[in-house]
Write a protein that binds this ligand. Structure first.
Ligand SMILES: O=C(CO)COP(=O)(O)O
Length: 251
């Protein structure tokens, strides 16, 4: 039985005060005995404050990116070792916005996944196709390639413990969410790719999220699908009320 995981991705939003206010409101209102892993993906600037504010609570903090070296002459980058040292437990990698605007490649994602795991954190590995790829019938091959490349060289155990987020690019921030059955079909492609490379047992354990215009109103449809174990949520994770409603809908 895979434990559902709902992760907010704030992207480049909020000030430090706003971030802390959100966390204060949410951390004490998480559904009791929650059967859901609740994660907030914050800009790097607030990770320290949020990790401190959530210590000992059910709410976990995620970074939105990191570098793949632990230290050195890499001006402007954030070390996975330093992020882990703050008490941060997850790092989102390979988000389509990082791939598009910051030229992150599958190879980078793979190196980052290894560095995050080596530092005791959990990668949330994103994949997803463009509208052109979907319309050309290329989704399956594209997702398979992204997943194979991102996870290359990891052990079965490492893969079983990470999270993959399937986010069709055309559904991100557009309000045009994928149908639950289409999303499930592609999440199955992710699971099958993992089964072929790392075995059925690993594929049964790995948690796969859907992301793209998920809201409190539609999250239940996704969670009812066989291959969807959670959601990676942008816009609807920004307000405490809406984030808590997502958790309530899933618990
Ligand atoms: O990119 C996303 C989460 O990483 C999805 O964003 P929206 O939920 O705003 O569509």
């Amino acid at each position: 039985m895979r434990k559902p995981i709902i992760a907010g991705n704030w992207k480049m939003n909020k000030t430090a005060d706003e971030a802390l206010t959100f966390i204060d409101e949410v951390k004490n209102n998480i559904p009791a005995n929650s059967a859901v892993d609740s994660v907030v993906g914050s800009p790097a600037l607030f990770l320290q404050g949020l990790a401190e504010a959530t210590k000992g609570t059910e709410l976990k903090i995620s970074a939105q990116n990191c570098y793949f070296e632990n230290a050195g002459a890499f001006t402007g980058e954030n070390s996975p070792a330093a992020i882990a040292d703050l008490g941060v437990q997850y790092v989102i990698i390979g988000h389509s916005e990082r791939r598009e605007f910051f030229h992150e490649t599958d190879e980078d994602v793979n190196k980052k996944a290894k560095a995050i795991i080596a530092n005791g954190m959990t990668p949330i590995v994103c994949c997803g196709e463009t509208l052109e790829q979907r319309e050309a019938g290329e989704t399956e091959d594209w997702i398979k390639g992204q997943v194979e490349n991102a996870l290359d060289g990891l052990t079965e155990e490492q893969v079983a413990n990470l999270v993959v987020a399937y986010e069709p690019i055309w559904a991100i921030g557009t309000g045009k969410s994928s149908s639950a059955t289409d999303a499930d079909e592609t999440c199955f492609v992710v699971r099958k790719t993992i089964a072929d490379k790392f075995g059925a047992d690993t594929a049964n354990k790995v948690r796969i999220q859907y992301g793209g215009s998920v809201k409190p109103e539609n999250i239940k449809e996704y969670m009812a699908q066989e291959n969807i174990d959670g959601a990676l949520v942008g816009g609807a994770s920004l307000e405490p009320k809406s984030f808590l409603a997502l958790l309530e809908a899933v618990k």
